[in-house]
Every structure is written in structure tokens, then in C-alpha cells.
Design a protein around this ligand. Structure first.
Ligand code: SAH
Length: 349
């Protein structure tokens, strides 16, 4: 395991094995996860021999910035990072009144195959390690000099398809020996892997769960999301209810609106019926058109009408405010663009 993915206890075991005094474990952990060191050279209060030993055996790699797109309208920043093995991932920093949010990737690519999403076009390459998930937040914190208050696991990848690493990531990002982000400020979004969602409920974390629903019935959902062939909307709703009962947290449902596909008045009515009696929040997201896909963004009047239908039945709805519309590359497009070589070291998106 890479050292950045180790818990403080695991580093303690390593120290013991190496014959280093026990307090070194906390020191190393603090350098990695509180001071966000990117190299052992920065760990100035460790003996030189120890640093050399660590560098030889546990090379450190913070995601390397390849491209940053900075919005001129708001302070949104989109990052393309290179990992140690050359794979690239994307992260986004958004600025809200209540603080800085970072949206991280959980996998290189994705195998869920949602038909409107760019992240899945090349399939799954591999899972990210806990430290690669943390590293996106650390690299952005280092670059901006600003604390990250909220984390959303909503970038490329299906977090529940990388379950163990996700859980370790959550434990470490919320650890008092690290950045100490409150569990409530960590959102995990899933396309609806029902067994994993139930398992996550049983962890009894205070994180904010989100389900990408995008359709109110099986027939339409199957057209948009292959995962709907494995789990019905009814099964997903049962798992969502189980999550809410077990943790007391409110469920967020994401619904990306595609013109003429899932934004019709009848879809709105069906969705209302489905969610009316549930403790939840609905996030309407005007779709980000992906060039390889034919979906178009819903007209604004349809979006507002859709919202109204839900609100009239007392459902909590927000329309996701668009940030960084001048750097509006949909999730996964930045990576695709650069990996295809189309833009070399930076062509037009
Ligand atoms: N796999 C997880 C998390 C990553 S996707 C999930 O499915 O929830 C994050 C969110 O963006 C999901 O709701 C996803 O359906 C949505 N999404 C993907 N591509 C999109 C696009 N082109 N426009 C709008 N939303 C999109």
C-alpha cells in the first residue's frame, strides 16, 4: 500500500517494524494529511536517514497539475491532474457562500455506462487509491492556499464501485489528524448500486448521500442508465428508504434534465408520485451536452415547470446553479480531450 493511503495505526506498525520511535508515526501522518507535504524533503523535522529510507520504499506522489481552467465569471477552477502511472483525472473547485467545495473523481474512467456521461466513454481504467482521492483535495488546497470545506464525490467514477478505498478516504478526510472535514460536509453520489448503498447505510456515517435517479420509471431509466437493468427503481427506493431510516440523513436525488427525454410534464408528475412521501431533496441539473451524445439541455421554461410540479407537492427542489459556465466542459471531457491527443498540450475544447 502507498504510505499516503495508510492510517495512522498502519504507519505506527511500519515505524515499529523499522525501529523508529512511535511518535514518528503521528509526525509523518501530520506531514502527509495536515501539512499536505508533497515530498519527504518538506518533512524537515524527520531525520535525514528516515526520509531517505521512506523515499526509497514509499515514493510520494501528489496529483500533478496538467491544466487548470479558471472561470472569469466566478471562482470555479477545473483541474486536470496526472497520476504517477500517467493516468489523468479531473477535479473541480467551486466557491459558495458557505465555503469551498471540491468535486473529486473516484476512478479513472467508469464502467457504469450512463448514456449521457462523458466519463464512461472509454470504460473503467482503474480504481483510485485513497491517497489519490485525498491528493486531489490536497493539491487544490496547496495551489489555492484556501481551506476546502466541502467534498463531493461526484467527479469521474462510481464511488460505490470502489467501496473499500472510498470508505478509507472518508475516514481519512474527516480524521482530526488530517483536514478534519465534517462528515456532514462529504457528499457521496451513486448511480444506484443497491447492495453497496445498503452496506453504506450500515456504516452509519453522517455523510450526505445522493442518488443519480434521472428517470422516474424503469423503462426510461434503462434507456439512460445500464445500471437500471440490474436494479429496479422500486429496489432503489427501498434501499434509499433503508439508508434514511438507518442513518437519519436526508437523501438527495439528482435529476439531469434532457430535452424531450426526461423533462416532460408526465415525467415530472411521475417523479412527484415517487418522491412525495419521502424525506429527500431533489437537485435538478440542466444536462451538460457531451459531443459524442445526442442529448440536449432542457429549455429553461421546462426546467422551471418541472421544478414547480414537484414543489406543488411539497418536495424540496433546487436547480443546480451553474458555475464556471465559461469553462463549461462536462465531466470527463477535459480528460478525454487531452488523452486523445487532440489538443496536444492544450487545444480548443
Ligand atoms: N457515478 C456517480 C458519481 C459521478 S457522476 C453517480 O452516478 O452519481 C455525478 C453526477 O453527474 C451524476 O448525477 C451523473 O448522472 C451526472 N452527470 C453525468 N454526466 C452528466 C452530464 N453530461 N450532464 C449533467 N449531469 C451529468
Amino acid at each position: 500500500m502507498d504510505i499516503g493511503s495508510m492510517t495512522i495505526e498502519e504507519i505506527g506498525a511500519l515505524a515499529k517494524q523499522k525501529g523508529w520511535p512511535a511518535f514518528r508515526a503521528k509526525q509523518v501522518y501530520g506531514w502527509l494529511h495536515k501539512k499536505l507535504a508533497a515530498s519527504y524533503d518538506e518533512m524537515t523535522d524527520l531525520p535525514k536517514a528516515m526520509r531517505e529510507d521512506l523515499a526509497a520504499e514509499y515514493p510520494l506522489w501528489m496529483p500533478q497539475k496538467v491544466v487548470v481552467l479558471a472561470s472569469k465569471i466566478d471562482e470555479t477552477r477545473k483541474y486536470l491532474f496526472r497520476l504517477a502511472d500517467g493516468n489523468m483525472i479531473e477535479s473541480v473547485r467551486m466557491k459558495y457562500r458557505h465555503g469551498n467545495s471540491v468535486c473529486i473523481s473516484s476512478q479513472v474512467g467508469c464502467r457504469m455506462g450512463c448514456t449521457f456521461c462523458a466519463s464512461t466513454l472509454g470504460g473503467l481504467v482503474r480504481n483510485l487509491t485513497p491517497y489519490e482521492m485525498l491528493g486531489q483535495i490536497y493539491a487544490i488546497t496547496r495551489e489555492t492556499g484556501e481551506r476546502v470545506d466541502n467534498v463531493v464525490v461526484m467527479g469521474t467514477g462510481e464511488p460505490l464501485d470502489n467501496y473499500d478505498n472510498l470508505l478509507r478516504f472518508i475516514a481519512m478526510i474527516t480524521d482530526g489528524n488530517g483536514l478534519n472535514i465534517s462528515q456532514r460536509n462529504v457528499t457521496v453520489s451513486t448511480c444506484g448500486l443497491v447492495p453497496a448503498l445498503r452496506r453504506l447505510a450500515d456504516e452509519k456515517l453522517a455523510i450526505t448521500p445522493a442518488i443519480s435517479l434521472h428517470a422516474p420509471n424503469d423503462e426510461l431509466r434503462k434507456r439512460l442508465m445500464p445500471v437500471a437493468n440490474s436494479f429496479s427503481v422500486a429496489e432503489l427506493m427501498e434501499a434509499a428508504d433503508y439508508y434514511v431510516e438507518t442513518t437519519g440523513r436526508r437523501m438527495s436525488f439528482e435529476y439531469s434534465l434532457m430535452e424531450g427525454v426526461n423533462d416532460t410534464p408526465s415525467c415530472a408528475r411521475e417523479l412527484t408520485k415517487l418522491l412525495r412521501h419521502r424525506k429527500c431533496h431533489v437537485n435538478l441539473i440542466p444536462i451538460n451536452p457531451v459531443k459524442e451524445r445526442e442529448y440536449r439541455r432542457s429549455h429553461v421554461t421546462n426546467v422551471l415547470q418541472f421544478q414547480k410540479t414537484l414543489e406543488n407537492e411539497g418536495i424540496n427542489v433546487t436547480i443546480r446553479r451553474e458555475l464556471g459556465s465559461d469553462i463549461d466542459a462536462a465531466c470527463g471531457q477535459l480528460r478525454r480531450h487531452y488523452e486523445s491527443g487532440a489538443g496536444g498540450e492544450g487545444g480548443e475544447l
